[in-house]
Design a protein around this ligand. Structure first.
Ligand SMILES: [Zn+2]
Length: 555
């Protein structure tokens, strides 16, 4: 035996995601990498006395999952904040909030996550609703999409927002006729000051709200608290078979914490962290993105990507549309960046060799993002950029072919779609015009154009569970016309979570497949995914997660 094999996984249904040899029974790992793939007998023959054996017992064995759109710090914090998922109606809200407040007497700000729009018996809450539940302690409820916060009067007072105030373009403090804030705060520029009151000091949100580091710098105690929280989040991801995550918010602070977590031996997932450029940042800040790329370029923690926002979300009608929302012809959403400004930002990022990813939900936001990538290609020449568009909840038919033509990646989240069964169906005539439905959450239509489609969760917007996302993709709801529901194949969906997402991060040939020499990132499922009813696949559990040859989770 040429090399000591550390670990063998035998008796599995191995899906290698390698078209040349798609199936096997067993995998051997050595020195943190895949050493060999083959039959159980052949792989066992490679084992020595020190080799650990994992019996997959007929379960699927795959390359470790890559979730290409998460917010790790916020997701980690959400594991300890008040969960509002599934809470609907005033009575249920009161029970949940009061119970959490009683159980957490020292919590500086009660933060609720995944709060339903229309929480108050069919409408969004105002501060007086929340005051009736919790008058004497500050309370902030985050919408599932993290683009809206509803705050009570106490929280608004402490944050200095009760009488409004200046906010950056794209953010709104919703005001009542009497000149006070209603409690609804749209986008990070409006709700950032409230979340700074939380026990994390808003540091979990900072990479998302501003992309800046904490100011004043975090104390040693705060850093330790943040490391503990993020370590918990990484372990939570590993439990779902994840071995790599692409973060969608970033700052040097998070990268620094991750480096320390790695030094402590607790980095259970590889992490890519972008530079977050806001619309009010001078474009000279792009140099910081280049610096981040220079400083962080390993296989475990790296950067090299710029994140921007083009619009808001459809539920609050802040998604940027080519025409007014139904019944509201004048409301077309808010552009976060004006076109010239955005195009210049794209040109600069692209010229630095950075990958760009832009949150674009409405059809005009998607169009303007494509225009920005086009401007970059025109200015800098064509290159293999793999720029991404995040979400694409509605696309105009004219723009559909442009993704493939321009080599732009469609980064989609099946569980954000109403067809994913996680969020309620969008009532007809409220947000989408009937003729837009076939181009809303149009996974297959986009795939059919030849564009690269990859899937992710946007955790904590939806849970990080790969299997639940898989179920949404391969067994979506079919509410009938005007929706156009088209199931994704299991193979396409698994491809996006493995070899596809590895390609998106420029790591094709190095990870995302079970081929000798690739990174030793493997997931062992508790059952054969190909034998499961698609409508039940969300119940499949991870038996083992292995990252870089190390077992990071065992059921
Ligand atoms: Zn996101």
């Amino acid at each position: 035996m040429a090399q000591a094999v550390d670990l063998v996984i035998v008796n599995g249904k191995v899906l290698t995601m390698d078209a040349a040899a798609p199936r096997a029974e067993a995998v051997a790992l050595a020195a943190g990498k895949v050493f060999a793939v083959g039959s159980t007998a052949d792989i066992r023959a490679l084992a020595g006395p020190q080799t650990r054996e994992i019996d997959a017992a007929g379960g699927s064995v795959l390359p470790g999952f890559i979730d290409s759109h998460v917010h790790l710090f916020q997701g980690s914090a959400s594991l300890e904040f008040m969960g509002m998922e599934g809470v609907t109606g005033r009575e249920a809200a009161m029970r949940t909030i009061r119970a959490f407040a009683d159980a957490n007497p020292d919590e500086r700000l009660i933060v609720g996550v995944s709060t339903s729009y229309q929480l108050m018996d069919g409408r969004n809450p105002v501060r007086q609703d929340l005051d009736a539940i919790l008058p004497d302690r500050p309370l902030a409820l985050l919408a599932p999409d993290i683009h809206t916060v509803w705050a009570n009067t106490k929280a608004l007072e402490l944050a200095g927002l009760l009488h409004g105030g200046p906010v950056p373009e794209g953010s709104i403090i919703v005001m009542a006729a009497d000149g006070t804030a209603t409690g609804e705060l749209q986008e990070t520029g409006a709700f950032g000051p409230v979340l700074r009151l939380s026990r994390t000091g808003g540091r979990d949100m900072l990479g998302y709200v501003t992309g800046n580091d904490p100011e004043p710098p975090a104390t040693e105690a705060e850093r330790a608290a943040d490391r503990r929280l993020i370590t918990k989040g990484l372990a939570h991801a590993a439990k779902h078979g994840i071995t790599t995550m692409h973060n969608m918010d970033g700052n040097f602070y998070q990268l620094d914490l991750l480096g320390q977590i790695e030094a402590e031996g607790n980095l259970k997932c590889r992490m890519q962290v972008p530079f977050h450029l806001k619309n009010y940042d001078p474009l000279e800040r792009m140099e910081e993105a280049a610096e981040m790329h220079r400083r962080y370029r390993g296989d475990t923690i790296w950067s090299g990507r710029v994140k921007m926002f083009m619009d808001g979300v459809i539920d609050s009608r802040t998604a940027l549309m080519t025409r007014g929302y139904p019944g509201a012809p004048d409301i077309t959403g808010e552009p976060v960046f004006e076109p010239d400004h955005f195009n210049e930002a794209c040109i600069r990022a692209d010229a630095l060799g950075l990958q760009i990813c832009v949150h674009a939900i409405g059809d005009l936001a998607v169009r303007r993002t494509l225009d920005g990538y086009g401007a970059a290609a025109k200015a800098n020449g064509a290159r293999d950029h793999r720029h991404r568009i995040e979400h694409i909840e509605v696309i105009h038919p004219d723009d559909l072919p442009r993704l493939a033509q321009m080599g732009v990646v469609a980064s989609l989240q099946p569980r954000h779609s109403a067809l994913g069964g996680h969020f309620p169906l969008i009532p007809q005539g409220t947000i989408l015009h009937d003729d837009q439905y076939p181009y809303a959450f149009a996974w297959q239509r986009i795939r059919d154009t030849g564009a690269k489609v990859v899937f992710s969760t946007d955790w904590p917007v939806v849970p990080i569970s790969v299997m639940e996302t898989l179920q949404c993709a391969i067994a979506p709801l079919d509410p009938g016309a005007p929706w156009d529901s088209r199931a994704q194949s299991l193979t396409d969906t698994l491809e996006s979570y493995t070899v596809g997402n590895a390609w998106v991060e420029f790591n094709e040939g190095r990870k995302g497949q079970l081929i000798a020499g690739q990174m030793g990132d493997v997931v062992v499922m508790d059952r054969d995914l190909e034998a499961v009813d698609p409508g039940q696949i969300g119940q499949a559990q991870v038996a083992f997660t292995i990252c870089g040859g190390q077992v990071t989770y065992a059921a």
